[in-house]
Write a protein that binds this ligand. Structure first.
Ligand SMILES: [Zn+2]
Length: 200
């Protein structure tokens, strides 16, 4: 029986089910006090905008406090990934950045500033991450296609074939996004309950 339960818990957080039913699975995990599954499911809930998520009946089984903690987790993750895009693109992992010398200002291989089409790219990236807070958001073909459109506004960048460079850059950005998301801790109330019961 124990091995069946173990298998069921693994299956519960495996794609594609978790991608489609993250909120439901989050609730089930909370109800059963399955910490690992709750954290995995919470992370998958980031792939849909918090306020546009569809209602699922299971939500009736968690408290407003549980939902608040999930919302807080979403906001913290979004804040962290926004910071990468606004301030982190001058970090070492971002090199080499696609673009010409007018759009990417580098001194001694250090990025000093990104201008031109990068301004629009950053704003669109933040908007995409607000809808789906995960690395995958910045690597999709439509997203890269849009970015190439902004890049073509620069005469010099427009003459280059930036697709490969942009695609490699986006992969590195996606890794960084996932890394910072993994540093955000979701507060789970049943952890606190367990601490209380250990003390008493
Ligand atoms: Zn340029």
């Amino acid at each position: 029986m124990e091995s069946v339960m173990k298998y069921a818990r693994v299956a519960l957080v495996a794609p594609p089910l978790i991608e489609q039913e993250a909120v439901r699975i989050f609730v089930i995990a909370l109800q059963n006090r399955w910490e690992r599954e709750a954290r995995v499911a919470a992370r998958y809930t980031l792939r849909r905008p918090l306020l546009e998520r569809e209602y699922v009946a299971e939500l009736e089984h968690i408290t407003a406090g549980d939902l608040h903690r999930l919302e807080k987790y979403h906001l913290e993750c979004l804040k962290k990934v926004e910071t990468i895009v606004r301030c982190g693109l001058t970090s070492e992992w971002a090199l080499p950045v696609p673009g010409c010398s007018k759009c990417t200002w580098l001194i001694d291989k250090r990025i000093i500033s990104l201008s031109g089409w990068w301004v629009e790219y950053k704003e669109r990236t933040i908007a995409a991450l607000a809808k789906r807070t995960c690395g995958e958001s910045v690597c999709t073909r439509p997203f890269l296609g849009e970015a190439l459109k902004y890049a073509s506004k620069c005469e010099s960048c427009g003459q280059k074939d930036l697709l490969n460079d942009l695609s490699e850059f986006s992969d590195r950005l996606a890794v960084e996004i996932e890394r910072v998301i993994s540093t955000v801790k979701l507060d789970l109330q049943f952890e606190a309950d367990e601490c209380k019961s250990q003390v008493t």
